[in-house]
Design a protein around this ligand. Structure first.
Ligand code: FES
Ligand SMILES: [Fe+2]
Length: 390
């Protein structure tokens, strides 16, 4: 293991062994070290389940969208057999990308020399060539990765033998029982690049301590920091809650809170973090889902959107002005969170940036650090996923 990665891993293990009251933030050097970034890609992003999208993106046979995990280009596609697959989108001829962006088609055609693939990944034809086969003489096909779904979210794992997704999310479903979130739809979508390390974005999403500071006039108005409290955690997820106070200009949201059964979901809302890089922050009428996809040590693609109940989504379809106002509000909140990342990343060069004590309201960060310590400490490496389905 690289010397700096060893140092970071040791420091992480020390922080992870402490409890709140003693535990401190991560050293700034962990947010811009290319060697640590490579280790994270290998031990975390090439082994775990990564939330990449929603089922509504691939409802019909022929629907597809693309994504990159740890530099691996992937196309998520609903085949003509209706099966959902995650395929490598790297052409088996000379590596051109066979699908980019999103679309609807009956096959993929590589733009370079026009090799064509069925939506299940099988090579359909190669112009001016016959009997194209791979090194073992087998038919050529795009490698297939593991894919699973949960609550309408699509997860992909680059590992050939990931632990079942259902094990990763075990225990979390109880907190979703009053949310029919698998039926919720996205409006608006989010797809941005933020100039900072992926962990900084995830950390901001994992605590409500910052809400009053960073979100004046938006979230703070109805979910203030003072109510932020740790609720639960497991190996691969963590949860805190914020009280929902709908009065003043947000009194119309009260109707959605009143749909909830008596109990904590009527007066407060769960804020989930799914390790390594997905956060789903709820109120009773909407949820901001964000996945932070690392591009390099100081650059992160942020995808996701604002999930809303079907009736509100239908309302937005008809009332353009309200749809745009909601989009403005969501974008304003995201800009406020992006501001934290930009600011923190700038300070990684400061010689006086010392890790400070974590607050009790940041207990979920400690859960995240323990997860990172387990993953990096276990020194897991990627299995030979390229063989799957090849
Ligand atoms: S690289 Fe795709 S057809 Fe040549
Ligand atoms: Fe925030």
């Amino acid at each position: 293991m690289n010397q700096s990665v060893q140092t970071h891993t040791k420091r992480l293990a020390e922080i992870a062994s402490l409890d709140i009251g003693k535990a401190r933030a991560l050293p700034m050097s962990m947010y811009n070290d290319p060697a640590l970034f490579d280790a994270e890609m290998e031990s975390i992003f090439r082994t775990g389940w990564i939330c990449v999208g929603r089922l509504e993106q691939v409802e019909k046979p022929g629907d597809w969208f693309t994504i990159e995990i740890a530099g691996e280009p992937i196309v998520v596609v609903r085949g003509m057999d209706k099966k959902l697959r995650a395929l490598s989108s790297v052409c088996r001829h000379r590596y051109f990308t066979v699908a980019e962006g999103k679309g609807h088609s009956t096959r993929f055609t590589c733009p370079y020399h026009l090799w064509t693939y069925e939506l299940d990944g099988r090579l359909r034809g190669a112009p001016h060539m016959e009997d194209v086969c791979d090194h073992e003489g087998e038919p050529v096909r795009l490698p297939e990765f593991n894919l699973d779904t949960w609550l309408g979210f699509i997860f992909v794992s680059l590992s050939t033998s990931p632990s079942p997704l259902v094990d990763s999310v075990a225990g979390a479903e109880a907190y979703w029982q009053n949310y029919d979130i698998s039926t919720w739809k996205v409006s608006p979508w989010v797809d941005e690049v933020w100039p900072g390390n992926w962990k900084l974005a995830m950390e901001t999403a994992l605590e409500g301590y910052h809400v009053t500071g960073l979100h004046p006039g938006t979230i703070d108005t109805f979910m203030p920091s003072r109510s932020a409290r740790f609720q639960a955690s497991a190996a691969d997820w963590t949860l805190f809650r914020l009280d929902t106070v709908y009065d003043g200009s947000f009194s119309s949201l009260r109707a959605y809170a009143d749909r909830m059964p008596e109990g904590e979901d009527r007066t407060s809302a769960p804020q989930f973090g799914f390790f390594p890089n997905c956060a789903v922050s709820c109120s009773q009428m909407s949820s901001i889902w964000l996945t932070f996809l690392p591009l390099d040590a100081s650059l992160t693609r942020v995808i996701g959107g604002n999930l809303v109940p079907p009736d509100l989504h239908a309302h937005f379809e008809i009332h353009e002005k309200e749809r745009l106002a909601n989009a403005d509000a969501v974008n304003a909140v995201n800009a406020q969170d992006a501001r934290a990342m930009v600011n923190l990343q700038k300070n990684v060069r400061s010689r006086f940036a010392e890790p400070g004590l974590l607050s009790e309201k940041e207990r979920n960060l400690l859960c995240f650090y323990r997860y990172l310590s387990r993953q990096l400490g276990s020194n897991r490496t990627n299995e030979n996923f390229s063989k799957k389905g090849a």
